[in-house]
Ligand binder design. Structure first.
Ligand code: NAG
Length: 167
């Protein structure tokens, strides 16, 4: 292969990668117990899971500050089953928490969802590149909110790896 062809193919490889981008903010290491064994924080796992309803890409922007929280669907994403489920809510709540912020209740989060999945179910298999901590499967409808104490007790293991159908 000529050098030019090699350069072009690596360029295509990287632009292909960027198109299927997963972007998520950093987390405080004091929340490291919420990370999976790949070292991914809850924001990153949330972005991977939500990407399965949006062509393999997803971006979660960092909160502007600790007085902000992620909200639930509001408008075009009201029908997004990757968001309208307790697993996405739990992961996003942990993503709030690890940025030093509060998280909203399950009722508030799902308020605009046209359909909500049965607790602890997800519409698509776990995608390649991530693994879901066990604590994300807790049925948050019991307490009505994500509970970090309960999540810490349940813990990470066994994680649900790529291809796993949750629910
Ligand atoms: C519901 O969606 C509207 C926009 O359609 C938004 O302004 C509102 O904040 C959402 N409500 C909740 C509770 O997320």
């Amino acid at each position: 292969m000529s050098l030019l062809a090699l350069l072009l193919s690596s360029l295509l490889f990287f632009s292909g990668f960027a198109a299927a981008g997963i972007y998520a903010p950093d987390c405080s290491l004091s929340w490291e117990w919420t990370f999976n064994t790949l070292g991914q924080n809850a924001c990153t796992v949330a972005a991977f899971m939500m990407s399965t309803c949006s062509g393999g890409s997803f971006t979660i922007n960092a909160l502007p500050g600790p007085s902000y929280s992620y909200s639930g669907p509001s408008g075009s994403d009201d029908t997004d089953l990757c968001k309208c489920n307790t697993i996405a809510y739990s992961l996003l709540s942990a993503c709030d928490a690890c940025q030093g912020a509060e998280w909203i209740s399950w009722a508030e989060y799902k308020y605009n969802c046209t359909t909500v999945l049965v607790p602890s179910e997800f519409p698509n298999p776990v995608p390649a590149g991530t693994s879901v901590p066990l604590w994300a499967l807790i049925d948050v409808t019991v307490e009505g909110t994500w509970d970090p104490i309960e999540a810490a007790i349940v813990g990470d293991s066994p994680e649900l790896g790529p291809g796993t159908i949750i629910g």
